[in-house]
Design a protein around this ligand. Structure first.
Ligand SMILES: [Fe+2]
Length: 246
């Protein structure tokens, strides 16, 4: 009886890693410019963890938010250069690029019109909605992005409680890709988010997966996600697009 309990409490063995996707395309590993890594030491610790789990390239995506994180291409590229110098000095061999996670606020549409979005790969632009309030005119903004030649990617669709699966499917029909945080599959953000993540996978609506890594607790959850059957399904039986960004 006690042996049985002990065994069930043991963690499932990890038998695969993230090497098939190659690229982690949503993270906050640039030092000191948002709520992610605050120092280059913290950045390096997160990067080493990702490399250990099979990631070959990291696209850092600091927040651009009018109220909290007033980042610009200059602040982001400066932080990228500081991090790259540190990687070279420590002889850590990994490609790190920078784009942004654009917040859907009143500055977002003007940024689209001014062609000021920070992109990854072939004109992909990552953006996020509020976790609380449904955004007005999302499809209008998506139309504008498409008109300007951007390929929109919505970050963590599983984390917006006010959006159901049909609304997310409709965003996809308006040319928007969907990016799941793999740590959602561990229950890191709660049971509801986990359920929504699994539902999105069951409905084959996910295009990209990533860590959204801010700190070491996320790094640990990113590893634990490798014990979930849904991540196994995503990595081995699903047409993910991450490698397009290699
Ligand atoms: Fe993020």
């Amino acid at each position: 009886m006690f042996n049985f309990l002990k065994k069930s409490a043991q963690k499932k063995e990890i038998t695969f890693n993230y090497e098939s996707i190659m690229v982690d395309m949503h993270s906050h590993v640039l030092p000191g410019i948002d709520d992610g890594a605050q120092t280059t030491q913290e950045s390096i610790a997160l990067i080493r963890k990702m490399m250990g789990l099979g990631i070959k390239k990291i696209i850092a995506t600091p927040h651009i938010m009018a109220d909290y994180y007033k980042n610009t291409p200059e602040t982001i590229n400066n932080a990228l250069e500081i991090l790259k110098a540190e990687l070279i000095s420590k002889e850590i061999n990994i490609v790190v690029e920078a784009a942004a996670e654009h917040y859907f606020d009143e500055t977002f549409e003007p940024r689209i019109e001014d062609r000021k979005l920070m992109i990854m790969g072939d004109n992909y632009a990552l953006f996020e909605f509020s976790f609380i309030n449904k955004p007005p005119n999302a499809t209008k903004a998506l139309g504008k992005m498409n008109d300007m030649g951007y390929k929109p990617i919505l970050a963590h669709p599983e984390r917006y409680p006010y959006m159901d699966i049909e609304q997310l499917r409709s965003l996809k029909e308006h040319g928007c890709s969907l990016q799941l945080n793999t740590i959602s599959l561990t229950g890191y953000y709660g049971k509801e988010v986990k359920k929504r993540a699994e539902n999105l996978i069951n409905n084959e609506l996910i295009d990209f997966i990533s860590s959204d890594m801010h700190h070491l607790r996320h790094a640990e959850a990113f590893e634990n996600a490798l014990r979930t059957p849904y991540l196994e399904k995503l990595l081995f039986d699903y047409p993910l697009k991450n490698s397009l960004l290699m």
